[in-house]
Design a protein around this ligand. Structure first.
Ligand SMILES: *Cc1c(COP(=O)(O)O)cnc(C)c1O
Length: 359
């Protein structure tokens, strides 16, 4: 028998989540964000099962080319545009759309001879201060690009910095600044990531850009996807590979981070940080025994290939019993809270040696 460490990718959950986006933003077209290898789920695996979305969003040309080469025919948008002028040739040949956010990109666009006219997304910085043009420069930029025959269509977009904080006024300010910037232009617009889609319906506009919620996960702290009727697409599994009866005072694993307070049974699970499980998960992080749906606590430091659990409350567990590290029945949001990180990071960290199974 080979190592049981697998990431199950549930396509019906993916479709369910896409339908949730449609229900929540019924008047918007959908850009499915599949950057960073589809948030760790496998970019092609996800994209080939979303034939009905309007577009895909990626971070860079390399990701876009992988999608096209795999036969993905939909619009593909490079969210960071091009880094080097040499990329423009491929961008135009393969019909990619690009986000334009820096003056050097505008200069290059205006002086480079393209094979075909290009659709672009002009990014306005309404307060994230990461990428984008200042709102007051937008009109001039729009006009100089719009008068260039190489540019076939210009859409306008912005990105929220705090949409996951419903109590803050920042997002409303960003929405108002964006709308006052674009109000005299007849263009398509896009503002919302997952938190925007779920929390700020007044900003749905023509296009929405769901990432995390497509994978069934909540962008809000202290919430899980379930609370938005989303279903986890990834379930990370392994099994119990060893069971030991330890004595009071025995130290478990590297650095003696857990000392047995009494004689107790412990289990060793075939999965560690070398598979993408967070090293920083503390004692007590829940791990689900699949057959009983009972959570047992992690104990001791996470190793590269293994981790240990306390089996005092699960005496009937046997070798080869399956466990769930996150996914079905154990939201990745909970693990992220324990490990003091965000679910985005956990999903993106899944390593190549984990076997993927599409169901
Ligand atoms: C990644 C990304 C998104 C998706 O964000 P989620 O929080 O995962 O929904 C949307 N827009 C842009 C520009 C992005 O880079």
């Amino acid at each position: 028998m080979s190592r049981a460490t697998t990431a199950e990718i549930n396509i019906s959950a993916l479709h369910h989540n896409l339908n949730r986006v449609r229900q929540i933003a019924p008047h918007s077209k959908i850009i499915a964000m599949v950057k960073a290898d589809g948030y760790g789920h496998g970019m092609l695996r996800i994209a080939e099962h979303l034939p009905e979305v309007d577009a895909f969003g990626v971070a860079c040309l390399e990701e876009a080319v992988l999608l096209r080469d795999a036969g993905i025919a939909q619009t593909i948008i490079l969210m960071e545009g091009f880094y080097r002028p040499t990329e423009l040739d491929t961008i135009s040949k393969l019909n990619f759309e690009i986000v334009v956010h820096e003056p050097h990109q505008v200069e290059t666009l205006l002086k480079t001879k393209l094979t075909k006219p290009l659709n672009i997304w002009l990014k306005i910085d309404t307060g994230m201060h990461r990428l984008g043009f200042p709102p007051e420069k937008t009109l001039d930029l729009y006009q100089s690009l719009n008068s260039n025959p190489q540019i076939s269509k210009i859409n306008l977009m912005t990105h929220f910095s705090d949409a996951d904080h419903l109590e803050k006024s920042k997002t409303q300010n960003q929405i108002e600044l964006f709308h006052s910037t674009v109000k005299d232009l007849s263009v398509d617009t896009s503002l919302c990531n997952s938190a925007g889609i779920l929390g700020w319906p007044q900003a749905h506009a023509n296009w929405v850009r769901p990432g995390l919620m497509l994978y069934g996960v909540s962008p809000f702290k202290n919430k899980t996807g379930m609370e938005h009727d989303l279903k986890p697409v990834m379930t990370l599994r392994s099994d119990i590979m060893a069971i030991h009866d330890c004595q009071k005072g025995d130290a478990i694993g590297y650095g003696e981070r857990f000392i047995c307070p009494e004689s107790m049974r412990i289990g060793i699970i075939a999965l560690g940080y070398g598979d993408g499980y967070p090293y920083h998960a503390p004692n007590g992080t829940p791990i689900l025994i699949e057959t009983t749906k009972k959570a047992v606590p992690l104990i001791g430091s996470v190793s590269m290939d293994m981790l240990a659990v306390d089996l005092r409350q699960a005496r009937d567990v046997a070798i080869d019993d399956a466990v769930i590290l996150w996914g079905d029945g154990l939201p990745v949001e909970i693990i992220a809270q324990h490990a003091q990180t965000i679910p985005y990071e956990l999903l993106c960290n899944i390593k190549r040696r984990v076997r993927f199974e599409v169901v």
